[in-house]
Design a protein. Structure first.
Length: 191
C-alpha cells in the first residue's frame, strides 16, 4: 500500500509539472528588433528581463532604411511564427517601430535609443508621433526594461503564469518601498 501511495504522489507531481510547462509553452514569444548592433547594450536589458520571466525571445538587427523589405517581411509573418509582441529599438530617425507596426496587427513597443545628436529626443519624437491607425506604444528613452515589462503584461492577458509572476513582482516592489519607508522613519526618529 505504501508503494502505491508513493507512486501516486510521484505521478501527481509529474502531471502538475507537465501542466506548468504546458501553461508557459502556450505563451507567445517576443521579438526584439534593433536598428543597429550598437543598440544592443541598451536592448540587452529587455532581453534579460524577458528571460527572467521565462518568455521566449528572439533578437534581430533590421533597419527601416537599409533593409525595409526584411523588416516588413518579418513583421507580417510574426503572428504566424508565434510572436505576441514586437519590441523595436532605434535611435536618431527611429522609423523602425513604425515600419514594423505598419505590417502587423501585433502590439509594437518602441524604445527610442539615446544618440549623441539630440540625447534621444529625435528618436523619441520619431517613435511616438505615429499616424492614426499605426499605433506604437512608446517607452522612455533607453527604457528597455519597461518595454520588456510592458510586453510581459500584454502576454499575461492570455498567459496565467506570466500574470502570477507579474503580481509577485509588484508585491516585492511594494515590500521594498515599505522597507525603505520604515528605514526613513527610523532615521527621522534619530534626528
Amino acid at each position: 500500500m505504501g508503494r502505491l501511495r508513493l507512486f501516486c504522489a510521484a505521478a501527481c507531481i509529474f502531471v502538475n509539472e507537465a501542466k506548468e510547462r504546458k501553461k508557459m509553452a502556450d505563451c507567445k514569444k517576443v521579438a526584439v528588433i534593433m536598428g543597429s548592433d550598437s543598440d544592443f547594450p541598451t536592448v540587452s536589458g529587455a532581453v534579460k528581463t524577458l528571460k527572467s520571466y521565462g518568455v521566449p525571445v528572439e533578437v534581430h538587427v533590421m533597419s527601416a532604411h537599409r533593409t525595409p523589405e526584411e523588416a516588413a517581411r518579418f513583421s507580417s509573418q510574426a503572428k504566424a511564427e508565434g510572436f505576441g509582441v514586437i519590441i523595436a529599438a532605434a535611435g536618431k530617425a527611429a522609423h523602425l517601430a513604425g515600419v514594423l507596426a505598419a505590417h502587423t496587427t501585433l502590439p509594437v513597443i518602441g524604445i527610442p535609443i539615446k544618440s549623441s545628436t539630440l540625447d534621444g529626443l529625435d528618436a523619441l519624437l520619431a517613435t511616438v508621433q505615429m499616424p492614426k491607425g499605426i499605433p506604437v506604444a512608446t517607452v522612455a528613452i533607453d527604457g528597455a526594461d519597461n518595454a520588456a515589462l510592458l510586453a510581459v503584461q500584454i502576454l499575461a492577458l492570455s498567459c496565467e503564469e506570466l500574470s502570477e509572476k507579474l503580481e509577485t513582482m509588484k508585491e516585492q516592489m511594494a515590500q521594498g518601498v515599505a522597507a525603505k519607508d520604515q528605514a526613513i522613519q527610523e532615521k527621522v526618529k534619530e534626528l
